[in-house]
Design a protein around this ligand. Sequence first.
Ligand SMILES: [Zn+2]
Length: 279
Amino acid sequence: MEKLTIPETLQKNITYHSEVCDRHTYIKAGQEIVKPIQKMVIDGELVCPRCELEQGDRKLQAATQKEYDEYLKQKKYNTFYNRSILADNTILAATLENYHVEHQEERKNKQTVMESISRLKNGQVFNLILQGNQGAGKSHLAYAALRELNESGLDISCLFVNVESMMRLIKDSFNNKESRYSENYFVELMSEADYLALDDIGAETGAIGTDKIATDFVQRVLYAITTTRQDKTTLITTNLSSETLFRMYDKKLISRLFRNPKFVVFKETKDKRMNNIPF
Ligand SMILES: [Zn+2]
């Protein structure tokens, strides 16, 4: 039989002890039979070597779990910056700070949005509907609100989706099987997001203010999302009146979007994007 030579340095620190480990001695009926383990004195401390190994395993497992949890949290955080679908990149700069307030209506609406963010951070669930004139800054506020939530350090995911851009991507995917932007991709992505903004709903039909009915796949995608998001907060921006929305879409779909709502309505605010034009 081969005899192991223990290095001298270890020989100094490890000695066997007459005691056996309590945890690794008892043999109960129906349980795994464990041979009694003789304790050791390692570096002056009396320990059971098997207990030490098991504890090491648990520590490693906990460390691995923690790393995995961190990874998931980071992935959720990145959703907002990596997966959002924007109509144009200028919105990337939108914050609450740079939403300039000139008139009473803007001040009041910005205040409402800020209060809503606080309520959402505290775990309340409701739909935030920003309605009104084109260019009043509804998308700006919705994007800024999601940014606030995303940067709050909560373990959540946010997603901003310009509906028209999304619908164009889905439509393109019908003829391009290589495209990742399928109907299912978006339904899954938008269902999973903790906070979703549907930007400029109604504009995707290209018929604002008319009686045009939204196409089948648009209805289908939005309907699927409202089904999966019944206990989550969705932010909606639109130029259209509720009357027009009810005419264009399945009534049940709009009812769901407007359930438990907080309305932010712009009636007086002019197109902010035109402010710099001097005539
Ligand atoms: Zn033990």
